[in-house]
Design a protein around this ligand. Structure first.
Ligand SMILES: CC(C)(COP(=O)(O)OP(=O)(O)OC[C@H]1O[C@@H](n2cnc3c(N)ncnc32)[C@H](O)[C@@H]1OP(=O)(O)O)[C@@H](O)C(=O)NCCC(=O)NCCS
Length: 184
């Protein structure tokens, strides 16, 4: 199969305070499809965590992808060097978080553009590896991560309940760890 043409109408920049409201909206819209896959409390805590991450001033490692044809913000991702999920990983690892593409912009390579921009940022930070956690129901995300070269790292899987719970109901799904080595 021929590789898809790279999109030329996209521009990637660091996120700024003017992007905060649109970023919060994008993250809520993009993740809405996952609501049925989580206990209510866990999903609410997951969204809250994303809203806090963006806040009014997005973190330094957050990137935005804009469609230059209409200026719309269509994708985002964040490279982080600290935080609760970061503490699971060995020194030298940065983590990839809050990857999202607007539902109307899916399947056209925006996720790949976000992912590669985040990997570039990780390299600039001198990271030796990038780690991430995702959920078993996030099949599109896992395909994207595999395409970027991430491999499963099961020893760092964590019960989702431990991160975003307590669920208040029986729930034993695990957040699945993936890692990409940047040293070669
Ligand atoms: C995961 C997510 C970010 C992927 O975004 P996306 O923009 O659809 O991703 P891409 O378009 O880069 O890749 C998706 C598919 O499009 C294909 N594609 C890539 N470039 C393309 C192009 N120029 N034209 C057509 N298709 C293309 C990819 O090969 C891929 O195909 P596959 O799914 O069969 O492997 C998006 O689904 C999302 O926001 N999900 C909800 C939030 C979420 O789950 N986040 C992850 C949290 S861990």
């Amino acid at each position: 199969m021929m590789a898809a043409e790279p999109r030329r109408d996209l521009v990637v920049t660091p996120a700024g305070p003017d992007d905060a409201a649109a970023l919060r909206r994008l993250l809520l819209d993009a993740n809405e499809e996952h609501r049925p896959g989580f206990p209510e409390v866990v999903f609410a805590n997951y969204l809250d965590d994303l809203m806090v991450l963006v806040g009014n001033e997005p973190p330094a490692g957050m990137v935005v992808v804009r469609d230059t044809t209409d200026g719309r913000l269509v994708g985002t991702g964040t490279v982080m060097t600290a935080g609760a999920l970061h503490s699971f990983w060995p020194a030298g690892t940065v983590i990839l978080r809050a990857m999202a593409v607007a539902p109307s912009a899916r399947g056209a390579g925006v996720g790949g553009v976000v992912g590669r921009a985040c990997l570039e940022r990780a390299r600039q930070l001198g990271a030796s590896a990038v780690g991430l956690h995702t959920a078993p129901i996030m099949a599109d995300a896992m395909r994207l991560y595999a395409g970027l070269g991430f491999v499963r790292w099961p020893s760092l899987d964590v019960p989702i309940d431990e991160i975003f719970g307590p669920a208040g109901e029986p729930y034993d799904d695990r957040a699945l760890a993936f890692r990409l080595d940047l040293t070669w």
